[in-house]
Design a protein around this ligand. Structure first.
Ligand code: BTN
Length: 325
């Protein structure tokens, strides 16, 4: 999309539901009224519904329900996150695309999003089922100035951003199952996969992969996933959502929590995480690489570790693993 058309969309967006006159648009963009009209026609071809009223001007009544670099960027309220968007109709995995882009110098805040992934990756080498246009399959490149040891905190931070964004659009409170599964009605709706390239004391870049099941119906899930308690936002709420709208909400929340985290420390993320924490105060079974054991889930520590009260009453910090269903 030309930068003029992008600016035009921005102006229409800033004006919200109000009309903006052709005269004003032509002055702001420094192009003729007939050029404005031609851009409007092109936008309509992209799926925008634009209302033009004599003596009042133009306004957007509906934006397209499709994900593209433009539809994500248009109306995105962020300062730096998602200013560079790469959209693929099909990718093997947005994680691999992100790694390639990061190695070629893609800037902090680059977002890679695909309509479909043919080799979606989950944690612990699991597959991530990523059907075409049914959910959010997105990876974000960050270049934080922090110690590699603190990187798991970025996963917890992302889980908070997703939980907050979902809370804005659904009436049930999402829960975060440590460390990074987002649940609705106790079933998994979203997952996060954080990967990084680092040297001893410094992170070169981090790729945060976000997978969210948005509009799948029962029939869209392969049978093996049903045992993993997989669900979609639509299945749990009976509402069809525009994927693009949720992406924008998540990016905005993520930028806010990231900036606050960088300016202060992990404390406020810990508080927010615990607000959404699943089974805090309850007995859980924890699975680490080598063991499984029972404990009471006390919350998360100041560094993001899971705080477990063991059967002998000792408190233990767990840095990697997961809570069993
Ligand atoms: C999990 O196991 O819960 C993490 C799932 C992460 C899936 C996302 S989808 C976008 C990105 N690309 C991938 O291949 N994986 C992540």
């Amino acid at each position: 999309m030309t930068s003029t058309r992008y600016r035009l969309l921005e102006l229409l967006n800033t004006n919200g539901n109000n009309y903006i006159s052709g005269q004003k648009l032509s002055e702001e963009l420094n192009i003729s009224r007939s050029a404005i009209w031609k851009h409007m026609k092109d936008l309509e071809k992209d799926g925008y519904v634009i209302e033009g009223v004599r003596r009042k001007g133009y306004r957007i009544v509906q934006s397209p329900d499709k994900v593209s670099e433009n539809t994500i960027r248009w109306g995105l309220g962020t300062d730096w996150l998602g200013k560079n968007v790469i959209h693929k109709e099909v990718a093997d995995s947005t994680q691999s695309v992100a790694h390639k882009e990061a190695l070629h110098g893609a800037p902090h805040g680059t977002v890679i999003v695909a309509d479909e992934q043919t080799k979606g990756k989950g944690r612990m080498n699991r597959q991530w089922h990523s059907a075409s246009n049914k959910g959010i399959w997105m990876s974000i490149i960050l270049r934080p100035n922090m110690n590699p040891g603190s990187a798991p905190q970025l996963t917890l931070m992302t889980a908070v951003a997703i939980a907050e964004a979902l809370s804005e659009i659904i009436s049930v409170k999402p829960k975060i199952k440590w460390p990074n599964d987002i649940l609705i009605h106790h079933k998994k709706t979203a997952g996060i996969l954080t990967e990084m390239q680092a040297e001893q004391d410094c992170i070169k870049y981090v790729v945060i992969g976000i997978g969210i099941n948005v509009n799948q119906t029962e029939a869209d899930f392969p049978s093996e996933l049903k045992n993993f308690k997989a669900t979609s936002i639509r299945l749990e709420t009976d509402v069809y959502f525009h994927v693009k709208d949720i992406i924008q909400k998540i990016l905005l929340r993520l930028e806010q929590v990231y900036d606050a985290y960088m300016q202060t420390d992990f404390t406020h993320i810990k508080t927010k995480w615990e607000h959404y924490g699943y089974k805090i105060g309850e007995d859980i079974r924890i699975k680490t690489l080598r063991h499984s054991f029972n404990a009471t889930f006390l919350g998360i520590a100041a560094d993001g570790a899971l705080l477990a009260q063991m059967e002998n009453n000792e408190t233990k910090k767990i840095y990697s693993g997961e809570i069993e269903w």
